[in-house]
Design a binder for this molecule. Structure first.
Ligand code: EPS
Length: 396
């Protein structure tokens, strides 16, 4: 998935904390503390969030790779203590086992409980569900925020928004709207919808699901502007940027589908209607397109148009009205109950932006990489000057 960056995380949902290490970020990048903390906060806030959101205050400790506010080329490491650990210390202590512990033996359908316990041979399914928890997305968002700091210097900007919650559609930004303008609308509300007027409808939908003891999934869309032509490659499987994006997005907990560009519409139309073709005003130095059906990627390579895609999330599997299950001894029982959220669709927008940013930055570093940010900026600048400007003009 990443050819230049190395990303890793460790830590359980209710353990002492989460650690993130990101290697491959060049030297000389200003660490934007305000933006970083904003992204952490957005990941934590959602209209459908349960009690955990109020417990976690997004504390962190930068423990490597940044000095006096500037990256120094070494791995960036960050530790996030889990505030909730104070309430779980007995059950989650890394070394000391309490005298009495009630193991989880009846899996929640849809969560990692059953598969994890079989795979690793656990009697207590907590050993599986703790790491499978979406708490881990905190590390992704931290890495993605750093990626966005550098991408902004490269002229790239990303946004994501909710287009469906459950089976209800939400208004979308007009095609061609810049990501920063989309964000100024969607991040101003914790439903992460474009039209703030639709929030009461969303609140009702969430309340109804909560009252029914169930959860909601949905659909998000992302858009990233500013990629030069030529990131990624068709030469080898692992170089295709479409495949790298799909993997990064599919790896987000609850995501069951990723669509790039307008693939669903494309699959239903004739080939003559599904190509992005230049308008008659286009010239050698300026290519204008009316459509972006390929979502900014042709043959796994960026074509200069915005990257676009949709992500489909299944509803969170933990149900307050627990479902039927079967325990390790074959007894049919009601599934284990665990505190959870009603929906994570809204805050997944922050995770999606983070993953898209990491993949695109990785491809930028692959093509223009250097040890210092200034080298990348210079290379990117001369590349842009040598190639046509690509413009999406939907109303051309
Ligand atoms: C999660 C269950 C909930 C979520 C959690 C993911 O946690 P808890 O069981 O502590 O209420 O809040 O998400 C986070 C902790 C987070 O920070 O995103 C799950 O089962 O996946």
């Amino acid at each position: 998935m990443f050819n230049r960056l190395t990303y890793t995380s460790a830590g359980e949902s209710h353990g002492p904390g989460v650690t993130m290490i990101l290697s491959g970020i060049p030297a000389g990048l200003k660490f934007d503390v305000a933006f970083f903390e904003y992204e952490l906060e957005k990941r934590n806030l959602d209209m459908g969030r349960g009690k955990r959101g109020a417990i976690e205050q997004n504390a962190y400790m930068l423990t490597g790779g940044v000095r006096h506010g500037i990256t120094i080329g070494s791995p960036i490491s960050i530790y996030f203590p889990n505030a909730d650990y104070a309430n779980w210390q007995q059950r989650m202590d890394p070394l000391l086992k309490p005298e009495r512990i009630t193991p989880i033996t009846t899996p929640r359908p849809g969560h990692a409980d059953f598969v994890g316990s079989v795979k690793y041979g656990f009697r207590d399914m907590r050993n599986a569900l703790e790491r499978a928890s979406a708490r881990e997305t905190l590390a992704r968002v931290a890495a993605g925020a750093i990626a966005q700091m550098l991408l902004k210097k490269c002229g790239c900007d990303v946004a994501a928004y909710v287009s469906y919650l459950g089976d209800k559609a939400y208004r979308e930004p007009p095609v061609g709207m810049h990501p920063s303008d989309i964000r100024s609308k969607t991040q101003a509300n914790i439903g992460y919808v474009f039209d703030i007027g639709e929030l009461p409808r969303m609140q009702q939908q969430i309340d109804r699901a909560r009252d029914a003891g169930t959860t909601l999934g949905g659909q998000l869309k992302f858009v990233l502007w500013g990629c030069p032509v030529g990131l990624g490659s068709y030469t080898d499987i692992q170089n295709r940027l479409d495949a790298r994006l799909a993997m990064a997005l599919m790896s987000i907990p609850s995501v069951k589908g990723v669509v790039l560009g307008a693939a669903i519409e494309q699959s239903r139309l004739h080939g003559s209607k599904t190509q992005d073709i230049v308008t008659a005003e286009s010239s050698k130095t300026h290519h204008i397109y009316q459509s972006n059906m390929n979502g900014g990627l042709t043959a796994g390579v960026t074509n200069g148009l915005p990257l676009t895609g949709s992500i489909f999330l299944k509803p969170l599997s933990t149900q307050r009205k627990a479902l039927r299950s079967i325990d390790a001894d074959g007894h049919l029982k009601t599934a284990h109950k665990e505190r959870s959220d009603v929906s994570a669709v809204g805050r997944a927008t922050t995770v999606v932006s983070a993953m898209v940013a990491l993949v695109v930055l990785d491809a930028v570093l692959e093509k223009f990489g250097g040890d210092a940010v200034t080298e990348i900026e210079q290379r990117l600048d001369s590349w842009r000057k040598a190639h046509p400007v690509i413009e999406l003009r939907p109303d051309a």
